[in-house]
Design a protein around this ligand. Structure first.
Ligand code: FES
Length: 216
């Protein structure tokens, strides 16, 4: 059979496939599609991952809630307190008069833990007035019984009775604390009030929440 006959025999009903070389435009289109698909898939992965990444980072609000609090104590009159918030808790800054500070030593026999043996204060406040500076007390204003906030009864006597030297009274179940936050015997509160870590940035500025050693 000649080549001509053979060509005739294979022509007719059989399908002829033809592959033409891709043009430059085809190649550019293909590259564009590949690049677009890669970008879309990377963006999708980033969006899918973002809630998890976000949940790992502490929110600004959470960070602020645990942050130390700077307090100007210059405006607290003698014999008064100022209340600030730290970690969502009230913290009292008590500006005791000299007489109030001197009176702290007078009722030790009536207190459950007069020498502050239970660790409710940093070591630098384990002293007669539970303070860095004798006349400035810093105490978390939450009762150590069930967490109510006691009422300041700063002045002697009054509705607390003649023997009252000034302090704090928790109306929930009747716990009593002196002006350094030490608990009176017979109170349901088991321990003294907490003294938070703190330091002085200057004469009249307190930083509550972290001490000079950086301990919080
Ligand atoms: S919570 Fe203060 S006495 Fe119970």
């Amino acid at each position: 059979m000649s080549d001509k006959d053979s060509a005739k025999k294979h022509s007719g009903k059989s399908t002829q496939l033809s592959f033409s070389e891709p043009t430059k435009t085809d190649l550019e289109k293909r590259q564009f599609l590949i690049t677009s698909a890669s970008v879309m898939s990377a963006a999708g992965a980033a969006v899918a991952a973002s809630p998890f990444v976000g949940s790992m980072l502490p929110s600004e609000r959470a960070k602020a809630a645990g942050a130390p609090v700077k307090v100007d104590i210059s405006g607290i009159p003698e014999g008064e307190i100022k209340t600030v918030k730290w970690r969502g808790k009230p913290v009292w800054i008590i500006h005791r008069t000299d007489e109030m500070t001197a009176d702290l030593a007078k009722h030790n026999d009536q207190l459950s833990d007069p020498d502050c043996d239970v660790e409710q204060q940093p070591i630098y406040c384990k002293n007669a007035d539970r303070s860095i500076k004798p006349n400035i007390g810093v105490v978390v204003g939450l009762c150590t019984h069930l967490g109510c906030s006691p009422t300041p009864k700063l002045k002697e006597g009054g509705d607390m009775g003649e023997s009252w030297d000034g302090g704090f009274f928790c109306p929930c179940h009747g716990s009593k604390f002196d002006l350094s936050g030490r608990v009176y015997k017979g109170s349901p509160a088991p321990t003294n009030l907490v003294v938070p870590p703190h330091q002085y940035l200057d004469e009249m500025t307190l930083l509550i929440g972290v001490d000079e050693k950086g301990e919080a």
